[in-house]
Design a protein around this ligand. Sequence first.
Ligand code: PEP
Ligand code: MG
Length: 551
Amino acid sequence: MNSSHDNVHRFPPGGGRVFTGIPISRGLASGKVFLIRSAGYGAVSDQRIPYARVAAEVRRLEDAFAATKLQITALMTELQQQVGDTTAAIMDGHLMMIDDPFFRDSCKKEITAKRHTAEWAVNETARKTASAFASMDNAYLRERFKDVDDIVKRILRNLQGNSAEPHQTAIKHPCILVADELLPSETLSLPKQLILGIASDHGSVTSHASLLARVLGIPAVVGLGKLSEHTQTGDSILLDGSSGVVIINPDRHQQQAFGKMREQEHVSIQRLDRFNQHPGATRDGHPVPLLANVDYSTSTEQLTAVNAEGIGLFRSEYQWLSLNREPTENEQYEAYLKVGRVRRNRRNAFGETARPVIIRTWDLGGDKIVLGTPAKEANPFLGNRSIRFLLNAPSVFRRQLRAILRASAHESIAVMYPMISTLEELRAANHELTLCMEQLRTEGVAFDPAIQRGVMIEVPAAAHIAGVLGKEADFFSIGSNDLIQYTLAVDRLNETVAHLYQPTHPAILSLIDLIVHAGRSCGIPVSLCGEMASDPVLAVLLVGLGVSELS
Ligand code: PEP
Ligand code: MG
């Protein structure tokens, strides 16, 4: 059974054209297409200006920069008000670029030295900057060239005296937005109350537009290939943000199947609401706490609304990915405090227990490549990823451990190491934790000396030595997404081999059994925090196998 593809199979083949892309933001949406195409900025012509106009042209350029900065700042303020946290910082890169002296001077030089128009100057300078980004080996940085694109389009619009947000006035009715490419500031400037869903040809999990769609809670699918070429404004469209399926002009059967999915979703939500009144448990009273996985982009409202008994996995690395740099120790500390505080303040029907929020240390590398990790690896998922990256960069690791420890003085927090594969790694990680504790103690900074230390079991080797690892840890959390990938040698992101990605493969079940027994013999709890835990059928199987918590 392949749970992540369930929804795909629920759509019968039919008259509507089916596209499958990368699911970005969960939720079902149906409605009419509103098609937008990116204009590109190649249409600027190479006109020279007379010498006498140079000064005025430079002023025009500066005015356009100033107007652009104002617009971006206004969009960021609006976002801050909407999601009530620091997510708007993902637009910092835009502001940095507008203020970047090198970028500004290069534009000015095109005008003063070569007597180009301001439009040409911006276009030319941006083209060079963007192509430098686009040719980078690092996928994350490559993606940042979209931010350049975004800012340049805005400057050009301002130069042309057009300061209106392009889609804000054009969209008048609720719709599903289809675009070849959606840029971050475009996503922010959409009339959000009218946007039921977003589907785009390009984009990736780490693109800023994707992150914003998630933060704003708009169902979204990206990487849909040539969807925008096969649809037009007014077409009917169905979108499933969980499976990544989009159907254009669905026939009656496909509409009915979608209607059923909606009903099921509704029933699931009602069921979840019922969980809010009772702690998770089997019918015979065996407790199975249901926890939530969240990340840095999860807003305060979403954190408050989560009907779960706790946070079983906080994917800390999204803060780094969002900011496009390592967050400072204080920024990390604030983020951990925030998630801890929201959970503490939330009261559900049975009273929130003091279950710690589990902060996973940076799970970088693999597909989440950032500055500071090697630019090119032949097999990034087998390379300098997760705990390996952290142990190779002790100062980065220590900054994070200090932030987690400091937050643990105020909120109930546990720390968890990802992708452990040897006992030496666990010992080295615990050693770093002890060092940080000693440092803080010397500095007179408070922390929880009994902070719980968890190990993610997501590599088959770790499952086999779990009995040894468990003696030096306080809990295990099975990362089934990776455990399946590494055990079955199936890239979890590769659609072509998705049929081989089988959570119920006997090898996976026997590894889970092994881990549960090891946890039991060491006297520590074993939870599971991969996608598998979200499938109601598999959840029953997992509880039967002895997994004590599902996240
Ligand atoms: C996992 O591997 O199952 C897991 C929860 O971690 P991630 O999906 O973030 O790699
Ligand atoms: Mg993992």
